[in-house]
Design a protein around this ligand. Structure first.
Ligand SMILES: NC(=O)c1ccc[n+]([C@@H]2O[C@H](COP(=O)([O-])OP(=O)(O)OC[C@H]3O[C@@H](n4cnc5c(N)ncnc54)[C@H](O)[C@@H]3O)[C@@H](O)[C@H]2O)c1
Length: 290
């Protein structure tokens, strides 16, 4: 049994990437509400400033501008948790963007690489340096990755995004098997459609789009995913590792007909480009050439 379980009063520390918006932001609040020390790491400094002023800069909170695809920046984010709070108990690898979309014949290679840099290399780098810190500490820990239902089945997201999220799920399983010996659990949440700025539509619009596609009558909220992330971080999940848990209102159960919900995928509508999400970076879209 880890000393964390023996000493539940110990104030734990978590690093949440993509912590300034959507699911990451809801997770930051989940942990702060329960007294954790929290480092929110995000590429978008403006969202980070908004977050910092909204939580009122308490002693148990730090924001650090981080690009998860850059190793030195991930190292700095992990160091921020360890230097500020003396420990790292949980890492939430959550930062994400929409990435490359369009017909496979036309996707720019640099847009494909960008998608994998953020969604896959970012999770690898987080796991590498987060687990190093946890191993040094010697008390175990929990790593939670945010993948997507798109990583479990096609028909719901662009190819690059789906392939990247499938890689996250498999990397999570492999690292769970490897890190269990260090009492580090690695789990993955697979959200369905969640009303966040990344989706960029109102709850009403999402509700209309998903009618007859998502069985559960309510629209997924970032807090619905944060609850599962928080559970996976906690000792209540102490025997769960290597899991990939859909949080999707039954989308997968009903066959995942998301392309239908969103009027077919962008590629089939002749659009090509890259979606840089809420990073502040410029997204592009053009008509296909061929
Ligand atoms: N919203 C959904 O429907 C949905 C569904 C499935 C999976 N997801 C996944 O959930 C995660 C969170 O997405 P969200 O919906 O909350 O989106 P969001 O856009 O609201 O938040 C994502 C955050 O990640 C940050 N980010 C992006 N690239 C980064 C980088 N290189 N380094 C550091 N931070 C970076 C953004 O600045 C933003 O603050 C993503 O991994 C996304 O793929 C979302």
């Amino acid at each position: 049994m880890s000393s964390l379980i023996q000493n539940p009063e110990l104030r734990r520390s978590v690093l949440v990437t993509g912590g300034a918006s959507g699911i990451g932001l809801a997770s930051v609040h989940w942990f702060l509400d329960r007294g954790w020390n929290v480092v929110a790491a995000d590429l978008n400094e403006q969202s980070g400033e908004t977050l910092t002023s909204s939580v009122g800069s308490p002693a148990n909170f730090r924001f650090i501008k981080t690009d998860v695809s850059q190793e030195d920046e991930i190292v700095a984010a992990v160091d921020c948790a360890v230097d500020s709070f003396g420990r790292l108990d949980c890492l939430v690898n959550n930062a994400g963007i929409g990435g490359a979309f369009g017909p496979v014949t036309e996707i720019e290679t640099e847009d494909w690489d960008y998608t994998f840099e953020i969604l896959v290399r970012g999770v690898f780098l987080g796991t590498k340096h987060g687990s190093r810190a946890m191993i040094r500490q010697g008390e175990g820990g929990s790593i939670v990755n945010t993948a997507s239902v798109g990583g479990l089945r096609s028909g719901g997201a662009p190819q690059a995004y789906s392939a990247a999220k499938a890689a996250v799920i498999m990397f999570g399983q492999s690292s769970a098997a490897e890190l269990a010996t260090n009492r580090i659990r690695v789990n993955t949440v697979c959200p369905g459609v969640i009303a966040t700025p990344l989706v960029g539509a109102s709850a009403e619009q999402i509700s209309d789009d998903l009618r007859g596609i998502q069985p559960w009558p309510d629209i997924g909220q970032p807090e619905d995913v944060a609850e599962v992330i928080g559970f996976l971080a906690s000792d209540a999940a102490r025997f769960i590792t290597g899991a990939a848990i859909p949080v999707d209102g039954g989308l997968l159960a009903a066959g995942m007909r998301l392309d239908e919900a969103f009027g077919n995928n962008a590629g089939l509508r002749g659009l090509v480009g890259v979606n840089r999400g809420t990073t502040g970076g410029k997204s592009t879209v053009r008509r296909r050439i061929g």
